[in-house]
Design a protein around this ligand. Sequence first.
Ligand code: MF3
Ligand code: CO
Ligand code: CO
Length: 259
Amino acid sequence: MMVTIKTPEEIEKMRVAGRLAAEVLEMLDDLVKPGVTTGELDRICHEYITEKQGAIPAPLNYHGFPKSICTSVNHVICHGIPDDNKKLKKGDIVNIDITVIKDGYHGDTSKMFYVGEPTIMARRLAEFTQQALYAAIDVVKPGARLSSIGKVIQQLADKERFSVVQEYCGHGIGKVFHEDPQVLHYDGYTEKSDIELQPGMCFTIEPMINAGKRHCKLLKDGWTVVTKDHTLSAQWEHTLLVTETGVEVLTRRREESFS
Ligand code: MF3
Ligand code: CO
Ligand code: CO
């Protein structure tokens, strides 16, 4: 396994890419409402990223992915493909996942949006998943073990009787979209696969939490991942930098404060 340590120059570029990705999510706040299609949201993001930000939407053509963002509605866990025929309706919850490339470096982040009023269960699941991400970010610092991230998330989920998706994980990020290490959101490392976090490492944490069982199914389009039991799923993601003293959230939005 080859985990890159970013130089100060690279870190500055990661900060820029992270901020741009966060700004796309901020821009979407007023647009995700009943009646809009996920295809329209994709076009708006594509134009914003390419024209306003002078950046590249990383998902477009990535291993053949056909759109610029991922939109995962209700029981879709991740990698939902934006679609002009998919109208969002009151009560839906949707994860929108944005990855931009700026000056060769990636910023990757996602959040849950409510379309109108969510059900009590949908809100509980989405809020829980955000808090699980925040609790995991809290353990990131030099000297901590990579495995502590998944342990925290798994423990919180067990307590709520939610389940943690195991087939997809967070990842190192930089010049490459998905690089080492794999960041598991459950307690799944061995003594040998676990590593110690060091200043200059950049990676994402992006837990996918299901209201029902953890198992997933890949649809015939080759991308869309859904819960096998069709229960709701939620996901939140940030790109992080391990600093000398702790962690910097490179994709922090204005509404968020980290201590
Ligand atoms: N943004 C996703 C992640 O968090 C990856 C999307 S890859 C795509 O890693 F091809 F589906 F877009
Ligand atoms: Co990611
Ligand atoms: Co992402």
